[in-house]
Design a binder for this molecule. Structure first.
Ligand SMILES: NC(=O)c1ccc[n+]([C@@H]2O[C@H](COP(=O)([O-])OP(=O)(O)OC[C@H]3O[C@@H](n4cnc5c(N)ncnc54)[C@H](O)[C@@H]3O)[C@@H](O)[C@H]2O)c1
Length: 382
């Protein structure tokens, strides 16, 4: 049996959210194993997490720089690093590993500045590294099916997109009570220029772009800052104009009482429409003009080959968040295995969100903030 690829993780210490999801998702396919970590800026927490995860003590590091240096110097060093820290650290951490030839899987948003994102792409290319940006929802089989439906022309030319991502977890100022995830997201020094658009609006931008292939030419945004003592947005409405002339309306909110994690994308074309909801992610609503609405269900024979290749269990047995992450990692690790074996690969042939998508995401956030700062005016994406 082929040896597992060894990977390391920066972030994802005890009490954190997404690092553990990444670890479990990677474990689903058994092609890579965690071998090193700097799970926290507090070394005692890194040691605690490392012990729980059975990582050799000599591969637990005080800083991510030390980790990059020492892992790069080992003959059996990690082959990729997973970055699951607050946003402001994505850039410096990725840089340390890329410049030493270690590939990266980084959570979104890729960086807090567009220039940093572009610099990471250059660095990755120069050092022959792969780079995934873990936009979770592109990993769902039915998001992939929506993409196949649009690509096949089943709903014709796209005219209108309506997408929303409402949550309610920041309806109260829980950062004041020390809630960790809220504390850094509402802090510009750690979150970047935006909280809500950066945290969840960027998922809308990415998923719509993934499904439709459309590029945003310009946008106009309203960002609201709701809650005493806050300085970053937690509700936003953004209208976009795509390169084919179609328009889109995006709403993201962290103060929408009644909603949990309700990402929903609706695409309307000249011949029909398609609707994907992440909280009901095993199904897809498809309507062809003049016909009754159909509900496509994951795992059935009519699902297109590319999307179906990511399905893991039979229909009626729900897949979800972990599987979506695992699908991203499965494509990324497959690409990396080939690359490490000396094969020339084109990242575009592997269905994971790449660094170009990460750059577009950071640009979308920056332009949304710019539009708001100029008084909610249209701004070009270029
Ligand atoms: N793709 C998704 O669906 C998704 C979901 C949630 C979060 N995220 C992204 O993941 C990232 C982490 O979010 P979270 O909610 O897990 O945050 P979190 O606060 O729960 O975890 C952050 C972790 O980073 C660690 N950390 C901080 N500084 C560090 C340093 N200098 N060195 C090493 N570790 C350090 C913290 O100790 C903590 O363990 C963010 O960029 C966020 O936008 C993505």
């Amino acid at each position: 049996m082929a040896k597992k690829l060894q990977y390391g993780m920066v972030g994802g210490g005890a009490g954190s959210f997404i690092g553990d999801v990444h670890r479990r998702a990677i474990d689903l396919d058994g092609k890579a194993e965690l071998a090193a970590g700097c799970f926290s800026s507090d070394f005692s927490k890194t040691l605690q997490t490392g012990e729980q995860l059975n990582i050799d003590k000599d591969r637990l590091y005080k800083t991510f720089t030390e980790m990059a240096e020492k892992e790069a110097a080992r003959s059996d060093g990690i082959k990729f690093v997973v970055i699951v820290t607050p946003n402001n650290l994505h850039y410096p951490v990725a840089k340390e590993f890329l410049k030493r030839g270690i590939s990266v899987a980084c959570d979104k948003p890729l960086t807090v500045e567009v220039e940093q994102a572009i610099e990471l792409k250059d660095l990755a290319e120069k050092n022959n590294c792969l780079f995934a940006v873990t936009y979770t929802y592109t990993g769902h089989v039915m998001a992939k099916e929506a993409r196949a439906i649009v690509k096949r022309g089943d709903i014709g030319d796209i005219l209108v997109v309506v997408a929303e991502y409402p949550q309610s977890w920041l309806a109260d100022t829980i950062e004041k009570e020390g809630q960790k995830q809220a504390a850094w997201r509402t802090d510009p020094a750690q979150s970047g220029k935006s909280n809500c658009v950066g945290d969840i609006g960027s998922h809308i931008e990415n998923l719509v772009s993934y499904i439709t292939g459309l590029k945003i030419k310009k946008l106009i945004a309203n960002l609201d800052v709701i809650g005493e003592g806050r300085s970053l947005d937690n509700n936003a409405e953004i209208i976009v104009r795509y390169d084919n002339g179609a328009s889109g309306t995006y709403w993201c909110s962290q103060v929408a009482i009644g909603f949990e994690n309700a990402l929903k994308v609706r695409i309307f074309g000249t011949l029909g429409s398609v609707e994907f909801e992440q909280e009901n992610c095993n199904y897809l609503k498809v309507t062809k003009k003049g016909q009754p609405t159909q509900i496509y269900s994951r795992g059935n024979g009519y699902i297109s080959e590319d999307a179906a290749s990511f399905s893991r269990i039979p229909t009626g047995h729900p897949e979800g968040f972990f599987e979506a992450f695992a699908n991203i990692y499965s494509a990324f690790v497959n690409a990396l295995i080939k690359k490490l074996a000396g094969e020339k690969i084109d990242e575009k042939n592997f269905d994971y969100p790449n660094i170009d998508m990460g750059i577009e995401g950071v640009r979308f956030i920056a332009k949304s903030v710019e539009s708001m700062q100029k008084g909610s005016v249209w701004v070009d994406m270029d």
